[in-house]
Design a binder for this molecule. Structure first.
Ligand code: ASP
Ligand code: MG
Length: 416
């Protein structure tokens, strides 16, 4: 069997869903299709979750544009104004009921219960539409077989249990076509969790691993993996193939094209990942697989913005010891901050990380008991894999460099 993943952009409109159907129709046979929320629905639902949690009184109002957006897609697909799909209406009613109640104290929990509707709704629409046009498929509620712990907004998969349940659910006896949600999972007590923003790629990889897929294809609005974000660098080049290791390097450095957790489940079972264009589905795209020969790659630029940099100097002038370094990392883990770059000197330790949504003040207050703390926010972390001196010089032009690190293959720059 094969796993396909269609992200938000590939199901964001009537035309996009029809195009997805055409692509799927070319691949008869056993498959699982993983679908994300339509267009920018997840962002819109995040807003709803915030209104609900803060009890601003705006939550019910904020879901109206989400309802009309989906209604227009349904009308367009069925070519009939006012088409009603009871399965979808039921989901919107559940969502309305939830946000009319009172939130608990746990924002991350409330977030997952609300934001997950994006995928539940999109998969219902796409599945019903595909069946309507004769592309027979079975809709699966992935929360019943993909089991995670209760780390809301970043669920950790219970692999053993999920494998057992997934094999019971996705039974390929006769070339079945299953359609299910990306990004979401369920706890043992049937609460909904999410796997981190842009997590649908990860879902596709997990299911591929659990079900021993032949390959996974992720369909995107770009021709494959590019050597830079076209918004940042105009002259981009497509990369034909990458090793798993290289792909992990790129996604952990912040390359947005695939979710960082996607590669490992595939690499563990040697399952190739194809990144393909839903605009030009005949083009080969990028293949990520096991490669043992060295690849000759052009410089690859990865930009992560909204970075914070903290520099710590122990107040007692003790050199940063192994213990204090480990304390710092424990603290960062507790605040769920992902450190992207570290620089240590004899007396200080600098760490760059994604700026948290609610600011760095709490963290800094905690650090101040042990260290003198200096910090900057609003920085860019730029990674250049296979850098050349020229590539580094171009990126630095006209900008202040706070940290520059080079290893054999990788240059990393923290810039203002
Ligand atoms: N809909 C989710 C998001 O936008 C998951 C995904 O698209 O992969 O983050
Ligand atoms: Mg998305």
């Amino acid at each position: 069997m094969k796993v396909f993943k269609f992200g938000g952009a590939s199901v964001s409109s009537v035309g996009a869903v029809r195009n997805a159907a055409q692509i799927l129709a070319r691949f008869p046979g056993a498959k699982v299709l993983v679908v994300s929320a339509m267009g920018k629905t997840t962002n819109a639902l995040e807003e709803v979750a915030r209104h609900f949690y803060k009890q601003t009184g705006e939550a019910l109002h904020a879901i109206q544009p989400i309802i009309s957006y989906h209604a227009a897609i349904i009308d367009g697909l069925w070519e009939q104004e006012g088409t009603r799909l009871p399965e979808v209406e039921k989901l919107f009613q559940q969502l309305e009921t939830r946000i009319s109640g009172e939130p608990s104290m746990n924002f991350d929990y409330e977030y997952d219960q609300i934001v997950s509707y994006g995928e539940l709704i999109s998969t219902q629409i796409v599945s019903l539409y595909f069946n309507h046009i004769g592309l027979k498929n079975m809709w699966i509620d992935v929360r019943h077989c993909l089991k995670s712990d209760d780390s809301y907004r970043e669920g950790n998969i219970n692999w053993e249990l999920s494998e057992k349940l997934a094999r019971q659910t996705f039974r390929f006896t006769n070339g079945e076509f299953y359609l299910t949600q990306g990004f979401i999972a369920g706890t043992n007590t049937n609460q909904t969790t999410t796997l981190g923003r842009e997590g649908s790629d990860y879902t596709a990889a997990i299911l591929a691993n659990l079900l021993d897929a032949e390959n996974v294809s992720i369909w995107k609005n770009v021709p494959g993996i590019l050597n830079a974000d076209p918004d940042v660098l105009p002259a981009t080049q497509k990369i034909d193939e990458l090793s798993y290791k290289e792909a992990i390097e790129l996604s952990y450095s912040g390359a947005k094209v695939i979710h960082p957790k996607t590669i490992k489940p595939l690499q563990n079972k040697n399952i190739p990942l194809l990144v393909k264009s839903f605009v030009e589905p005949d083009l080969p795209g990028t293949v990520i697989h096991a490669i043992d020969k060295p690849l000759n790659l052009v410089p690859i630029f990865i930009v992560k913005n909204k970075q914070a940099l903290i520099t710590l100097t122990p107040t007692d002038f003790s050199f940063i010891s192994i213990n204090s370094v480990s304390d710092v990392f424990t603290l960062f883990a507790r605040h769920r901050l992902k450190v992207g770059l570290i620089q240590q000197s004899a007396i200080d330790l600098s760490l760059a990380f994604d700026e948290p949504e609610n600011g760095v003040e709490n963290l800094i207050a905690e650090l101040k008991s042990k260290f003198e703390v200096k910090y900057n926010t609003g920085l860019d972390l730029i990674t250049i894999r296979y850098y050349t001196d020229q590539a580094v010089a171009e990126i630095k032009t006209g900008r202040q460099v706070l940290i520059e690190q080079k290893s054999r293959r990788t240059a990393r720059l923290l810039l203002r």
